[in-house]
Design a protein around this ligand. Structure first.
Ligand code: OOG
Ligand code: MG
Length: 255
């Protein structure tokens, strides 16, 4: 087994068993290419178990997230059907190591988006937009990692909830977002926090996915990234995001 497969298996096992692992590249010696190769190999293990790809997630697209995690490069990860939680559904806390939640918006594509595209081309490919929550769960001890490590760990992806799809005709460039836990406001932000306009997150997703040889297809979901810092959540809680004009995405937390 080479080191790509070794780390892919380590991280996949950690996710499957909700078991944290030690950081293995504290000095950032892995190239970003190798880090993405580990991510791809770990996703392959999921696909071999019958999961299928449904889209991509973007990470570190807001300053709040960059500051919270101390990293400033935009990253991406792969989403599978198994990670999706039904709107208003239950999230089992014990299935994760130390999960956090972020307020996001999601895009649904009606056309493929490949390579270097303009904002206008990206917009023209959007079928619908929705309020969304991302559940991130770093597999690393203490939720601490270097850039290659978080990339290898599929950008901490572990779950996502998408509210009702809304018309792509709504101007989503600057919509207020409120993340609440048990009705208490925890984070307030705007979609404008995402690279100045979330459409740029979609443009970046199209480029990065195509560079990896896995261009965004019709029907793909793209999670644009957390607009604020992430929040911890715990069993018994109700987590929601309200996005101006788009509505709500939410989940309940069970043990
Ligand atoms: C990495 C994932 C970042 C986002 O929306 O910025 C991310 C992490 O913070 O664990 O999902
Ligand atoms: Mg996120």
């Amino acid at each position: 087994m080479n080191h790509i497969e070794k780390y892919a298996t380590l991280l996949d096992d950690a996710a499957l068993n909700a078991q944290e692992v030690e950081q293995f590249d504290k000095d950032s010696t892995l190239s970003l290419g190798d880090a993405y190769a580990i991510q791809a190999a770990s996703i392959k293990l999921r696909l071999e178990r019958g999961e299928h790809r449904v889209g991509v997630k973007m990470g570190f697209t807001s300053r709040a997230k960059m500051i919270q995690m101390g990293l400033s490069d935009v990253i991406w990860g792969r989403l599978t059907n198994q990670m999706r939680v039904a709107e208003g559904g239950a999230v089992e806390h014990s299935r994760y190591v130390h999960p956090r939640v972020e307020p996001e918006i999601a895009f649904l594509l009606k056309k493929p988006l490949v390579g270097n595209i303009s904002n206008a081309e990206a917009l023209a490919a959007v079928e619908a937009i929705a309020p969304a929550l991302e559940i991130i769960d770093s597999r690393y001890k203490d939720f601490r990692f270097t850039l290659p490590e978080v990339i290898a760990d599929n950008a901490s992806s572990s779950g996502f909830v998408i509210g009702d799809w809304a018309s792509q005709k709504i101007d989503f460039s600057n919509l207020g977002m409120v993340l609440s836990i048990d009705g208490e406001v925890k984070q307030v932000g705007s979609t404008a926090a995402l690279l100045g306009n979330p459409v740029r997150s979609l443009v970046a997703a199209a480029r990065l996915a195509a560079d990896a040889g896995e261009p965004l297809e019709t029907g793909s979901i793209v999670m644009a990234g957390g607009a604020t810092s992430a929040e911890w959540f715990f069993p018994g809680q109700y987590v929601s995001v309200d996005v101006q004009k788009l509505g709500r995405a939410s989940f309940h937390v069970s043990a």
